[in-house]
Design a protein around this ligand. Structure first.
Ligand SMILES: [Zn+2]
Ligand SMILES: [Zn+2]
Ligand SMILES: [Zn+2]
Length: 353
């Protein structure tokens, strides 16, 4: 971000000390009629987001692990404070862990046990009616997870993977403030928020531009090397840049075969990949029953995004081959790739027999 833009944004917040709150309840009126949000919590959230952009924008300097750490901590803090502000605008009891036990005294004195980020997402969607896509929800939940890990172990996840996800959440929050919070603010606070949002959008643009530039370079390399057919969606960063059978640059002791992501440098041992894949997809590991029509091993992943394919396909983690449509063989029930076989749903041995 251009520095003057940032200074302007901070000035627009009419800044006292960061985190300053004039009133704990964050609502101007809890009486009947449309509630008006008190600005400090929103301002606080915006301030956290400015910090996120400062840490992740690579226009001036490269992003270090320490930048990622503070970006994650501040992004999560922004999520919490902004989500609570929206819940508060709907009904003040919604910011309590248990709304049934909510008291005005606890709210006014800020001694309440407040709603968890995960529950806040559910309430925003089910009670407030906020549109949160499955992908956005996943990015939000993953962010909470990363924040918790950070607090206990420091930076463990790959910085690039975290960076790409952080961009996604930032994008969501900018739209969230615009669509869900602006209408509850006083006109002058709305104006200030607009100024900050503009700066944030610019910063996000820089972050995304950097991610895109890297992605384009990697896409070109994968094409040139002819490995697009064995490049699948990475479990860590969700880019389709995980090259199956490729060892990481710093190969861990003990050997084995790996899949390595060109974008975020995460790597997975190939033996574990099918099961990791299923767990990542929220499927039970026991449900792994599909066998590959080509090598007949039970390591066929379904709905796998592969770089060479426009649609998700079946991908075999044992022989790395793709199947587009599978069905059981008419005679022996073995899996057949019906999109590739010319026969009427018969496997090779049965057809030859
Ligand atoms: Zn990755
Ligand atoms: Zn196979
Ligand atoms: Zn057969």
């Amino acid at each position: 971000m251009v520095d003057s833009e940032l200074v302007h944004a901070v000035a627009a917040l009419g800044w006292g000390a960061p985190g300053q709150r004039s009133r704990p309840t964050a609502l101007r009126s809890l009486g009947p009629g449309s509630p008006q949000l008190d600005f400090p919590p929103v301002r606080n959230g915006l301030d956290y987001l400015i910090s996120v952009v400062e840490h992740l924008d690579e226009t001036e300097s490269e992003v270090e692990p320490r930048d990622v750490k503070y970006a994650v901590l501040h992004l999560q803090a922004a999520v919490e404070v902004l989500f609570k502000a929206r819940l508060l605008a709907k009904h003040w009891t919604l910011v309590f862990t248990h709304p049934g036990e909510a008291t005005r005294k606890a709210l006014d004195e800020a001694t309440l046990s407040s709603v968890s980020p995960d529950k806040a997402i559910t309430r925003l969607r089910n009670i407030v009616g906020v549109q949160i896509s499955a992908k956005e929800e996943q990015a939000l939940r993953k962010l909470t997870e990363t924040r918790n890990k950070l607090q206990h172990f420091g930076v463990t996840d790959n910085a690039r993977a975290v960076e790409a996800r952080a961009g996604e959440v930032l994008d969501f929050l900018i739209r969230f403030i615009d669509a869900e919070l602006q209408t509850y603010l006083e006109p002058e606070d709305r104006e200030a928020t607009e100024v900050v949002l503009k700066a944030l959008r610019e910063g996000l643009g820089n972050i995304n531009a950097y991610v895109e530039k890297r992605m384009n370079r990697i896409a070109g390399e994968l094409r040139e090397e002819g490995v697009e057919r064995i490049t699948i969606e990475c479990l860590a960063c969700e880019q389709v840049t995980l090259v199956v059978g490729e060892a990481p640059p710093m190969r861990p002791a003990g050997g084995g075969t790996f899949a390595t992501c060109r974008f975020c440098a995460s790597f997975f041992e190939l033996d574990d990949l099918p099961i990791t894949w299923l767990l990542h997809r929220g499927q039970n590991g026991d449900s792994y029953k599909l066998t590959c029509p080509w090598c007949h091993e039970g390591k066929l992943g379904n709905d796998v995004r592969v770089r060479s394919e426009p649609e998700p396909v079946y991908f075999c983690f044992a022989c790395f081959r793709i199947s587009k449509e599978i069905a059981p063989c008419h005679r022996c029930r073995r899996t057949v790739d019906v999109s590739a076989e010319d026969s009427a749903q018969l496997c090779h041995p049965c057809r030859d027999a």
